[in-house]
Design a protein around this ligand. Structure first.
Ligand code: ATP
Ligand code: MG
Length: 435
């Protein structure tokens, strides 16, 4: 239809020589009148370009169309490239034709509306057209692509796991029940158990899909639906998996910085972290507790970090770092004990610096049937609920390790967003299910 009309876009057009004719498609992002001229900022998938409508050089009906078009109308325009240092990007298009393909009503996102974050999220289906959302989504897409790129390059197999499940990976408290033909099913919290089954066929696997957590704690880093990047590796130790995590994170971020530096600089306040090259520092859980106590936090060995402690610890670093060796009491049942120190697990979290906190959790899983069976009983859980997960351990389950990374957590830190909901198009939180 209109696609064939377009012969350039807002980015390439600026590089064309003076007087070159272009035909563009897009939306009116802003408009102002100045004497006999109307200036429009045209937005398309590639960015913005300035259009100039001159009353003396346009047929009257075309100039009237320009004058009367509301913001966000979808338009097809034709004109000549003119170099002008005053125009954003150094070039503008002097219009010879202007067609409204689909008109807009008066745009509801007024300057005063910008002051109400709740209103902006109620109108998210419209506000995502703005320059900041655009930049965030482009960086997000690049991060995800580069994560997948890391795994493919390193010979992992991309697998898919079910969304309807019957038992909890990360504790029953955050499960979302769903009515399932007269039974109760739950939405998945993690694909880890399925990955563990599959490694006996494929050895190195990864998953990229949403996880669901009914998080009652309404913090700035929790969504009820988030994109989970998980990997599981047969024959890998806890040390091996930490290496994978740091390589993945640095690959994702460094490549994304390379590809999206304009977008990142547009959103992020302040300099980028100076070096993201691994290896990352490994702080033991014991040391972390000691550092927090020294800062005056009321925390004891065996406690999990609360949001405040996590932020404080993360602020002490300017590069990602691991916290290793979490106590058995703080971790889920499947975590392997450290053979040299049975009160702690072979597990770790990778933290973002600058106050952002946990972005991955990983470690070595128990691979012995008996040990896992006893641990399930010890934690007051029902082995029947974990029947197949236990059974895979009867048939040659090797030692293995894995981890999960939250895409939105990485993006929130990389762009220093004020809230995790800003990192996703249509956020899901306890208070928000619409649009
Ligand atoms: P937290 O302690 O921050 O609530 P968790 O330890 O419960 O997270 P894990 O089960 O370790 O989460 O999940 C692996 C990763 O998935 C986390 O490190 C985090 O990056 C991401 N993640 C977990 N829960 C959420 C959530 N509600 N919203 C966004 N990302 C999440
Ligand atoms: Mg965790």
């Amino acid at each position: 239809m209109w696609l064939a009309y377009r012969n350039s876009n807002s980015k390439d057009a600026k590089l064309l020589p003076e007087d070159k004719k272009v035909r563009l498609l897009g939306w009116i992002a802003s408009k102002r009148e100045h004497g006999k001229k109307i200036f429009i900022s045209l937005r398309d998938r590639y960015g913005y370009i300035q259009l100039v409508a001159n009353k003396d050089q346009l047929p009257e009906d075309v100039f009237t169309n320009v004058k009367e078009a509301y913001l966000e109308s979808a338009v097809a325009v034709e004109g000549q490239i003119k170099k002008d240092p005053r125009a954003p990007g150094g070039a503008e298009v002097h219009l010879s034709n202007f067609i409204v393909i689909s008109k807009s009503e008066e745009w509801p996102i007024t300057l005063s509306a910008l002051k109400s974050p709740e209103f902006l999220f109620d109108k998210r289906h419209l506000t995502i057209r703005g320059p900041k959302s655009r930049a965030v989504m482009l960086v997000r897409a690049a991060l995800l692509k580069n994560a997948i790129d890391y795994f493919i390059k390193n010979d992992y197999v991309w697998i898919q796991a079910p969304t309807f499940i019957t038992s909890a990976v990360e504790g029953g408290a955050t499960l979302f029940p769903v009515e399932y033909f007269g039974r109760v099913a739950y939405l998945t919290q993690s694909a880890q158990f399925y990955e563990e089954a599959v490694i006996c066929a494929l050895e190195k696997v990864f998953v990229v899909q949403p996880s669901f957590r009914s998080e009652k704690s309404r913090t700035r880093k929790h969504l009820t639906e988030f994109w989970h990047i998980e990997a599981e590796v047969a024959f890998a130790s806890h040390e091996d998996i930490m290496k994978v995590e740091e390589e993945l994170l640095s690959h994702m971020i460094n490549k994304t910085i390379e590809e999206m530096s304009d977008e990142i600089n547009f959103v992020r306040k302040g300099k980028l972290p100076s070096s993201l090259e691994p290896p990352y520092e490994k702080l033991s859980y014991d040391e972390a507790i000691f550092m927090l106590q020294k800062k005056g936090f009321d925390i004891e060995w065996g406690d999990d970090f609360g949001a405040r402690e996590e932020r404080a610890l993360s602020k002490m670093f300017d590069k990602p770092f691991f916290v290793t060796g979490y106590p058995v009491v703080t971790r889920s049942f499947y975590h392997m004990k450290d053979p040299n120190r049975p009160e702690v697990t072979l597990s770790s979290d990778l933290f973002a610096p600058e106050g952002y906190g946990e972005i991955t959790s990983g470690g070595q899983r128990i691979h012995s049937y008996e040990e896992l069976y006893n641990k399930i009983l010890e934690m007051g859980l029902n082995p029947e609920e974990y029947d197949w997960y236990l059974e895979i351990r009867k048939y040659g389950m090797p030692p293995h390790s894995g981890f999960g990374l939250g895409l939105e957590r990485v993006l929130t830190w990389l762009l220093k967003l004020p809230h995790i909901r800003d990192s996703t198009l249509f956020p899901r939180t306890p208070a928000r299910l619409h649009p």
